[in-house]
Design a protein around this ligand. Structure first.
Ligand code: SAH
Length: 267
């Protein structure tokens, strides 16, 4: 087949360092027969070692030329689509499994949207392993009162246990990206607080809209508008508030969706 020219608009940086590829695959630890979905397989740098261990792998690739190459591989099911349009619950149903593992060296230009998209499907996901810009992973795993702590930290730590397990320098890719990369393991928490995700998202966004200001100027006004009369110390900055305080506040504001969720789940 002809040489593929990397497309910038699809965030294409292909892994070329075999030691790094080995380390990622070891970190994922695929077991034969496990249901797994890879996002953005590209030229199959991770795909090939993964599928050799799994026997079969489902891949989601947007680039039409790459999808065509991948379809020639006998052990892959190829979903040619923008990952942000993929219904992972439907894919799991199609695969006839309750939960899937998700992996990928993600296109960095849409990594945050992908993380939020997958959050919607957390109930059908066993775990996620992603290569991302290191700076993004630093923000995902950051603790309170650090400059990296923000919306991403709160929205993901509320729902996943996360671990940055591998540093990956630019030279490991062809073409090399301009930033350092890392690999994160994300495992959904077994007993998450039953918060309304939409409400939590809005609340956290309001809180961090002006991170240097005291919360009474931002979140305080938002809480007042909702008629909130409970306890929450707004004499703090958003970055000083631990994840669990946000969770407790979201719970106090009401597990709004509970009734309709149960209705949906029992269908
Ligand atoms: N996994 C490969 C390629 C990583 S580059 C490797 O490590 O070498 C990112 C890949 O994601 C490319 O193959 C790119 O075409 C694909 N991609 C970009 N945007 C996408 C989207 N919205 N949905 C699915 N795949 C996408």
């Amino acid at each position: 087949m002809s040489k593929h020219i990397a497309r910038k608009r699809f965030g294409q940086h292909f892994l070329s360092d075999s030691a790094i590829i080995d380390a990622i695959v070891r970190g994922i630890a695929p077991v034969a027969g496990e249901p797994m979905i890879e996002i953005g397989p590209g030229l199959a740098a991770l795909t090939q070692p993964l599928v050799e261990r799994l026997g079969h792998l489902t891949v989601i690739e947007l680039d039409r030329d790459l999808a065509k190459r991948l379809r020639a591989h006998g052990q892959l099911s190829v979903i040619e689509s923008d990952v942000l349009r993929v219904d992972f619950a439907q894919v799991a149903r199609d695969m006839n499994v309750p939960r899937v593992r998700v992996v990928g060296n993600l296109p960095y230009n849409i990594s945050t949207p992908i993380l939020f998209h997958l959050l919607q499907y957390v109930d059908v996901i066993q775990d996620q392993h992603f290569m991302l810009q290191k700076e993004v992973i630093d923000r995902m795993v950051a603790g309170p009162s650090t400059s990296d702590y923000g919306r991403l930290s709160v929205m993901l730590q509320w729902r996943y246990a996360m671990e940055n397990f591998l540093f990956v320098p630019p030279e490991s890719f062809d073409p090399p990206p301009r930033v350092d990369s890392a690999v994160v393991r994300m495992v959904p928490l077994a007993n998450p607080a039953p918060v309304d995700v939409g409400l939590m998202e809005e609340m956290v966004q309001v809180a961090f809209s002006q991170r240097r200001k005291l919360l009474r100027h931002t979140l305080g006004a938002w809480l007042d508008a909702r008629g909130f009369s409970g306890q929450f110390d707004t004499q703090r900055r958003a970055e000083e508030v631990p994840v669990d305080d946000y969770v407790q506040l979201a719970l106090a504001l009401g597990p709004a969706q509970a009734a309709s969720d149960q209705a949906a789940a029992s269908q």
